[in-house]
Design a protein around this ligand. Structure first.
Ligand SMILES: [Zn+2]
Length: 386
């Protein structure tokens, strides 16, 4: 044990020495009361005086990082010295925090410089890029168009049918170098794992778009101009994006309906496949009906005690496929559902199905194959009568 006394006053030095004196068994030689009596002072004054004027340190009670011994200023700290095992000192902890902040700032900076060093022209963007960019700006854009607020700051935002597809769109914008993470993004949104791999909490990311507002205005306006609408309608890529949005619409309804029955599961490839098959033959409105019935059946099975919650949720996908096959085999007229008010039409759906295809939420009411055969001459006629 090393005792450091920070005073020249002899009487104080003696008090500190008595306070920290240990016997051969490693326990304190004097009680605080004995020290108080010996030096003619109140007992409660002793500890205060000692902690103010002295500290002890032990080589093996030290910071796990810099190995500098901790300064113990009271007997209670000494008694609980085991608590210091595997800890680091304030200086090292501050340095670690600062290093983490610097690392996150450099990640943000590297994403930004990657975007700026490979800056594209709006003319070079793919159709998917343009659709995602325009929808994100319409849903989350500031007035200057080139900054996007975070999804978390816009809880009522309906960029796409569900939160997973919202994040997928933002991820696409970052990965395709169509945006970088703005300085107003909280650093907690970047989570660094081992090996310098990092995760982005996309819901909390604010984004900056590397194009002039005037270019973005032209880009968004394209969706309303007949010449470009014709180009979109002739593009396979356009209808591929439409089908992705329809798929997400069904997944959103599946999650919603499951949660209404207190059943939860995260849809995987099998679910996506089942939904895509339904959408080949039915509209979303009709697919909702197949989903609703399948969830109801699985929930009833669970309520009868036949299966566990997880099994019930997993059985839904099989039920949807079976319902679809039955409906097709028997030529059933599957009754379309109405849009659920908790799942309103999203910005991206409006852009594709209303603005470009000229329907009123046609992505919900009609099969994609019916929408594909729409051409501008007859798009004003109601689809159902065709
Ligand atoms: Zn340290």
């Amino acid at each position: 044990m090393l005792l450091e006394v920070k005073t020249d006053v002899k009487s104080l030095i003696d008090v500190c020495k008595d306070y920290w004196q240990l016997n051969d068994q490693g326990s304190f030689t004097y009680t605080v009361r004995e020290i108080a009596d010996k030096h003619s002072m109140e007992a409660h004054v002793v500890s205060n005086l000692v902690s103010k004027h002295a500290y002890v340190s032990f080589e093996d009670i030290c910071c796990g990082s810099c190995q500098v011994p901790y300064h113990l200023t009271s007997r209670s700290e000494y008694k609980s010295r085991n608590l210091y095992t595997d800890t680091i000192c304030q200086t090292c902890s501050d340095a670690e925090k600062q290093a983490l902040i610097n690392k996150k700032l450099s990640i943000i900076e590297s994403i930004k410089s990657a975007v700026l060093s490979d800056q594209k022209d709006t003319q070079q963007l793919t159709l998917k890029d343009i659709v995602f960019l325009a929808s994100a700006i319409q849903a989350l854009g500031h007035d200057n168009l080139s900054q996007l607020t975070s999804l978390a700051d816009n809880p009522s935002c309906t960029l796409s049918p569900e939160s997973a597809s919202d994040r997928m769109i933002l991820r696409h914008l970052i990965d395709q170098r169509l945006s970088w993470i703005s300085g107003s993004t909280p650093l907690t949104s970047i989570r660094i794992q081992d090996d310098d791999v990092f995760n982005l909490d996309l819901a909390n990311c604010c984004l900056e778009i590397p194009f002039q507002s005037s270019d973005l205005m032209i880009l968004i306006d394209k969706f309303s101009i007949e010449k470009y609408q014709k180009e979109f309608k002739q593009s396979e890529e356009f209808f591929h994006v439409c089908s992705e949005v329809q798929l997400f619409e069904c997944l959103a309804f599946l999650k919603y309906t499951l949660s209404e029955h207190q059943l939860h599961f995260s849809p995987g490839d099998k679910t996506q496949l089942a939904m895509s098959q339904c959408l080949r033959y039915f509209s979303i409105a009709q697919t909702y009906s197949l989903i609703w019935r399948a969830v109801k059946d699985s929930a009833a099975y669970y309520m009868r005690g036949g299966i566990g919650k997880r099994q019930a949720a997993n059985s839904v996908v099989g039920n949807i496929s079976r319902n679809m096959e039955k409906a097709l085999a028997n030529n059933w007229d599957v009754m379309p559902f109405r849009r659920n008010y908790k799942l309103p039409q999203s910005t991206i759906s409006q852009l594709l199905f209303n603005t470009v295809l000229g329907t009123d939420d046609g992505g919900f009411h009609y099969k994609l194959s019916d929408l594909k055969s729409l051409d501008s001459d007859i798009s004003t006629q109601p689809l159902a009568s065709r």
